[in-house]
Design a protein around this ligand. Structure first.
Ligand code: G3H
Ligand code: 13P
Ligand code: ZN
Length: 322
């Protein structure tokens, strides 16, 4: 199978009550770990590339790595997506460069401006057989150079979604319901402690999601900032010389529930970073004499694979949906 768009994936996911994982890729081990897990579990998957990833690894290297993954996993649908494109030009360059999906993220702009640029990207993308994700509402956290402080995020206004998708013609819509980017999604002051003393974040705004669904039934919704920051990995990082105090993510049960509703794409990056870093820190501490990068990148790649397999089986529900 060649690279596909997300159209068919999202239709099946919407009807089947599951979501497709969109995992950020930055190097070979990450591409391999993700696609090996998806291949073995017979799951559709979206590989997404940020502006930062293109700056780090270069478009051509990432594109060719993804092409290799498609060749190695011919039985599953794989889409290649631009994550957080911030201009028509960067979207155009990815469309021209072989991506099957792009995100135009003008969510921090005024509503009319967001519509105008999104529509321009949609016209170019659709002319080239590429689909477009857009966003309404802003998430807290850091994405590329944009940093939104927790507390300054704004939830999506459901009363805007119908006009936005109709006027822009976008194919999917990212909404803000309380998720955020990075490994520090909530301040401790926003959380409560459970009986074991573990921080529990405030719940996602399912009322906002449900109102969006009511207004655009059948339309695929996307959740960004959906890492769960598993505490066992934070513990390993901290045990082996790292320093990640109060790192906290989105509870997996909430994401599972969102996937059963109209959320068709769930974005996960930080959990992959965390799995790799925890694994490499532990490996380095336990094998101080090793210096061949293959020695520590091999378990790191396996950690990516295990993390993605866990998400597919227990969070997204996309196993055997290829
Ligand atoms: O939305 C942010 C993604 O995690 C990508 O992060 O811009 O550091 O590559 P990045
Ligand atoms: P996390 O930082 O929660 O993994 O979110 C990633 C993301 O939304 C990429 O667009
Ligand atoms: Zn994002």
């Amino acid at each position: 199978m060649a690279l596909v768009t997300t159209t068919e994936m999202f239709k099946k996911a919407y009807d089947g009550g599951y979501a497709v994982g969109a995992f950020n890729v930055n190097n070979m081990e990450i591409v391999q770990g993700i696609t090996e897990a998806a291949g073995e579990l017979n799951s559709p998957v979206i590989l997404q590339v940020s502006k930062g990833a293109r700056k780090y690894a270069n478009h051509t290297y990432l594109f060719k790595l993804v092409e290799a993954a498609v060749e190695e996993n011919p039985d599953i649908p794989i889409a290649l997506h631009l994550d957080h494109g911030d201009s028509f030009e960067v979207c155009k360059s990815c469309i021209d460069g072989g991506f099957t999906s792009v995100m135009i993220d003008c969510s921090s702009m005024p509503f009319e401006e967001n519509i105008k640029i999104t529509k321009q990207v949609v016209e170019y993308a659709h002319d080239h057989g590429v689909v477009v994700e857009a966003e309404l509402g802003t998430l807290a956290g850091i994405e590329d150079e944009v940093c939104v402080e927790a507390g300054n995020e704004s939830y999506t206004r459901p009363e805007e979604v119908e006009e936005f998708v109709t006027k822009t013609g976008c194919d999917s819509l990212a909404i803000a319901i309380g998720t955020s980017h990075g490994a520090y999604k909530f301040k401790a002051s926003q959380c409560t402690r459970n009986e074991k003393g573990i921080l529990v974040p405030p719940p996602l705004r399912f009322d906002v999601l449900e109102e969006c669904i009511r207004r655009i039934p059948g339309f695929p919704i996307v959740l960004h900032g959906s890492s769960s920051v598993p505490q066992e990995f934070v513990k390993i990082v901290n045990q082996y010389g790292g320093n990640m105090p109060d790192a906290i993510g989105i509870p997996e049960e909430e994401l599972r529930h969102a996937a059963e509703l109209a959320v068709c794409k769930i974005n996960i990056d930080s959990d992959i970073r965390l799995a790799m870093t925890a694994t490499i820190r532990q490996y380095m501490a336990e094998n101080p004499e090793h210096f061949d990068p293959r020695q520590y990148l091999k378990p790191a790649r396996q950690a990516v694979k295990d993390m993605v397999a866990h998400k597919i089986k227990n969070v997204l529900g996309s196993a055997d949906k290829a």
